[in-house]
Write a protein that binds this ligand. Sequence first.
Ligand code: 13P
Length: 251
Amino acid sequence: MSRHPLVAANWKMNHLRADAVDCCRALKQALAERPAPARVAIFPSFPLIPVVAAELAGSELAVGGQDLHPDDKGAHTGDVSGAQLADAGCAWVLCGHSERRQDHGEDDALVARKVAAAVRHRLAPLICVGETRDERREGRTFGVLERQLRSAVTAVASAAGPFALAYEPVWAIGTGETATPETAQEVHAFLRLLLGELVEGAAAALPILYGGSATPENAAGLFAQPDVDGFLVGGASLDPQKFLAIIRHSG
Ligand code: 13P
């Protein structure tokens, strides 16, 4: 497989500066001693970005923002622009995480504008899609994923971007209930096929990550699937040893 695996830590609204420093140092040291084939990116909350960027400077580990505003600047209290993220040392940004969709009412159109803003500021968007438990129960999984993906990639002209996609079934996030390797593979293969129609060159090149209660225990089985190219890890990424174990299972 020619795709380069990617393992990303979404710290969400966790950690203070000292925790962030400890985590970064543990990861950096372990990966310097024994490099991993996977690329690694950390998505801290906004106030921690400068701390993480400083700790990871000169290493192979990248930093990303958890969200961005679709506009480049202006009167948007509490928001952060793509320009500010790039200026703070970010290479990546999450777009369309289900917690943004649920907690902040982000719809597909807004997510598409955020992806466009990321591209404008040369941030690689890590686009998140996923169905809720009800949507899966009602047999709407593939329709929902198709709608989310079609909209989100309208601003992405080519796979050269770079960008990445994360399948995060909402019912698996923070619940301890993980998609089985077969379920993940079925969805990832569907997303890859669709991407091939939507973005030239993306089907073969684009990493599709799995997210939703990923752990050291289930990572190997998921990564063994041909269309699972890494992980977007929430809870388990807060413990550097657990996160490292997932990285070690990804390549
Ligand atoms: P958990 O790994 O805590 O389920 O979170 C997944 C997630 O939302 C990553 O973005």
